[in-house]
Write a protein that binds this ligand. Structure first.
Ligand code: SF4
Length: 787
């Protein structure tokens, strides 16, 4: 029996017992009172809105306003437009999240030091008054650009009910300091834009038309393993197409699916790609006609006139440019750890493939040299001239976008934006942050440091940001950032740093319309709820509406619409752009609607067919192997020693990289992080079921474990220059020697200077990547010792 039903029944039985007790001297027959009537079970469609971004359909069964179980989409088949959008174990554990012990119940204010976690309950009225007066104070004292809307993705898929409300409110109040990029794909995004003009890619279904799938750090089987999240499409394709996987770790996406696993040292994918290029060019297996027609800068023939001599890609690869190094398979073998012969074999396979589907996950680019990694991988389909035809891809992550928009946020009067990873710098040193040194966009220089953080559903404030111990010190100093608002569903490590902490509704308690894009179909889900939000929680829309009232911008905020009308408005606006979508009424009535995805999903097919008529969104209209814009930036930007921006893709050694032998004297092991099936980033960490199902342990090769006297299950301390983490070991040949991997997303729990929660970011660095200024969280050197 569920908690509420139990309480209701026990209350009724308690009363009956009292009545009976009063009548012990009665002659009446002792009658057990009837069970109070329980309501019928009710089923509502909902969706998992976490930032795996697959938005799987959930069937929420409730009784008397309480969730009794969560099921998944069981309609349709396992193919095509009828594909079941089955949720994974994380989404199916959502009921545990609703009723978790650490669920935030009422508004609270901080009474201890920041981060200490001491709060007292307050009324909503006090919470609203405090937030409104702090917003007004910071705006009047410093200006709107001192208010920072923090990157957050805990309710990533809400279209009307999520974060847009808070941006909309802040814009009505004069604007805010916004951010760009993401913690997921910071480096690959500009790499793709500078090369292709956008981030487009082929759909998963084109894998089936391929004769070779070559992937780099690609792991949908652990990140999006739902019915239509990509994991299934990829697994099915691997059953019929040869799959070669390049990854330091033998992931679940490799397990039983791969034909070849090439274990590679982290951060060296670009060196492998350059050796493949060398082999293809030197064996005359490259497609010169394709490179001449569609690309800029492969060789001197297509090099822009602004470029210096020998600045083309071919000269660089063959050793005819400044560094004088031929990027041979032997050269790359020493860097990557992949034997020379295997590199040559891979080049031969690539040359022989009619339709190679080349792709990369977002792990390889989350490195100190991540932009170069992505651009180097983009070179492979260009070199063999296999693009724009069935079965091919341009090296980007497979297409996975849905057609629904979100609530409009209005116009931000503050034009400045910072890279989402640079907010700690913007707290300590905002007034000195510039476009050419820190990647500030919209203005040449920031006028203010951050004084107010609005954090909605985001655990990036402490957990998912880098150098957690260093970040904690910045946040603890109230003279720097003067006010922190957190609005979330549970007491996350980031919530501990709030000044005012508001309790949010959960996805299963919310009404909205979301979409799940599969490869052949798009699933539209009308999230309805018969679940009574427990305690005194309020949605982002409700909070912002009340603040809008108090701050005199209610009319602008609502535009006369109720929340439900906004849901309809957002959906209908999307339908105007895509008339193939079902009507609002159809979606509401059916709850779950599956519609066909249009087109074949072959990236750049139009450009390849007619490159002039369908010019790319690059300055030249072509694929830019040599980018004049990047050449200029390499001249003008202020970079720390060792950081490189280059006009063509180039492998470069980095701090704490595979060849940083100085740091390796003390910290000899490379460390990356990996996603597990038990968490989406840090979401779901507080669910004991999932912690039992998927262990948190640092992966070590037996060679590295043996040399340290370690075996599986040993408690160890992982040290980097930044900090220390306590965890246990998993000794396995599924990680290459010299490399270790710690599951990302575990919640930070400091104790005597050691993170006993096992959060990898306690050891990662705040130093951003050169171009994107993105998080380099897979570039780490560590030492591991028995605790
Ligand atoms: S975590 Fe992702 S794959 Fe799993 S149920 Fe949620 S949306 Fe689907």
């Amino acid at each position: 029996m569920e908690r509420r039903s139990f309480l209701k029944a026990s209350a009724a039985l308690g009363c009956a017992a009292t009545v009976v007790g009063c009548k012990t001297d009665s002659d009446e027959v002792n009658v057990v009172p009837p069970q109070p009537p329980l309501t019928e079970e009710q089923m509502n469609w909902s969706s998992c809105t976490c930032n795996c971004a697959a938005s799987c359909a959930l069937k929420v069964i409730s009784q008397d306003g309480v969730v009794t179980r969560v099921e998944s989409d069981n309609l349709g088949t396992d193919k095509g437009v009828e594909l079941q959008s089955r949720a994974c174990l994380r989404g199916r554990a959502s009921r545990q999240k609703i009723y978790a012990n650490d669920r935030l119940k009422v508004p609270m204010k901080r009474v201890g030091k920041r981060g200490e976690g001491k709060f007292i309950p307050i009324s909503w009225d006090e919470a609203y008054s405090t937030i409104a007066s702090e917003l007004r104070r910071v705006i009047d004292t410093y200006g709107n650009d001192a208010i920072y809307w923090q990157y957050a993705s805990g309710t990533n898929q809400f279209r009307a009910g999520g974060r847009e409300s808070s941006k909309r409110l802040l814009n009505l109040l004069g604007g805010f300091l916004d951010m760009y990029g993401s913690y997921s794909a910071a480096q690959i995004a500009p790499a793709s834009v500078y090369t292709f003009g956008d981030m487009s890619s082929s759909a998963y279904k084109q894998m089936n038309n391929s004769d070779l799938i070559l992937s780099f750090g690609f792991n949908p089987s652990e990140t999006r393993m739902s019915g239509s999240g990509g994991g299934l499409d990829y697994s099915l394709a691997c059953q019929q197409v040869e799959a070669i996987i390049v990854d330091p770790r033998y992931s679940e996406s490799a397990l039983g699916k791969e034909h070849t696993w090439l274990a590679i040292r982290p951060g060296t994918d670009a060196a492998l790609c350059e050796a493949l290029a060398y082999q293809l060019i030197s064996q005359n297996q490259h497609d010169q006609a394709f490179l001449d027609k569609y690309c800029v800068g492969f060789d001197e023939k297509t090099l822009p006139t602004s470029a210096p001599a020998n600045a083309d890609y071919k000269s660089y690869i063959l050793g005819n440019s400044d560094d004088g190094i031929a990027k041979t398979p032997k050269w790359a073998a020493e860097i990557t750890g992949i034997p020379e012969l295997n590199i040559i074999k891979l080049a031969d396979k690539l040359a022989a493939a009619n339709a190679p589907y080349i792709t990369q996950g977002w792990g390889p680019q989350r490195q100190a040299n991540g932009e170069q990694t992505s651009r180097a991988i983009f070179m492979l389909p260009l070199l063999v001239g296999k693009l724009g035809i069935a079965g091919t891809n341009n090296g980007n992550w497979p297409r996975h976008a849905h057609s629904l928009g979100a609530m409009p946020i209005g116009t931000n009067s503050i034009k400045a934006k910072i890279p989402c990873f640079m907010w700690t710098e913007a707290i300590t040193n905002g007034v000195n942050m510039t476009a050419v040194e820190h990647g500030v966009q919209g203005v040449e220089k920031l006028e203010n440091s951050i004084k107010f953080i609005w954090n909605y559903a985001g655990n990036t404030m402490i957990n998912q940001h880098s150098d957690t111990f260093g970040t904690a010190k910045i946040l603890e100093d109230e003279s720097l950032c003067e006010f922190i608002l957190v609005h979330d569903v549970q007491m996350t490590p980031s919530a501990m740093y709030a000044d005012i902490l508001l309790p949010d509704v959960m996805d299963l308690e919310q009404h909205d319309i979301v979409a799940n894009p599969g490869t052949d179909m798009e699933t539209i889900i009308a999230m309805t709820s018969s679940v009574k939000p427990p305690f005194d929680v309020k949605s982002c829309f409700e909070v912002c509406l009340e603040l809008a009232k108090r701050m005199g911008v209610e009319d602008g905020f609502t535009e006369g619409r109720s929340y439900q009308q906004w849901v309809e408005f957002v959906y209908e606006s999307s339908r105007k752009r895509n008339p193939a979508l079902p009507t609002y009424q159809e979606v509401i009535e059916q709850g779950l609607v599956k519609v066909s995805q249009s087109g074949e999903g072959i990236v750049m097919d139009k450009f390849i067919a007619s490159p002039v008529e369908n010019a790319l969104n690059t300055p030249s209209g072509k694929i830019e192997i040599y980018s004049e814009r990047l050449a200029q930036m390499s001249e003008n930007w202020v970079l720390p020693e060792g950081d490189i921006i280059s006009a063509i893709p180039k492998f470069c050694d980095t701090w704490e990289g595979a060849r940083d032998t100085v740091t390796q004297e003390k910290y000899p092991l490379q460390m990356i992080g990996h996603h597990t099936k038990g968490r989406t980033h840090s979401s779901f960490h507080n669910i004991p079921w999932l912690r039992e199902a998927v262990e948190d342990a640092v992966w070590m090769n037996p060679i590295d474990a043996d040399s340290r006297g370690l075996k599986s299950g040993d408690t160890v301390i992982v040290n980097s220059k930044r900090g220390s983490v306590r965890t246990v070991t998993k000794v396995t040949p599924r990680i290459m020697p010299g490399v270790t991997s710690l599951p990302q997303g575990a919640w930070f729990k400091p104790e005597n200077g050691v993170d006993i929660g096992g959060n990898i970011n306690s050891i990662t660095s705040l130093r951003p990547s050169p171009l994107a200024k993105g998080n380099p969280q897979h570039t780490n050197l560590v030492q591991i010792k028995k605790a």
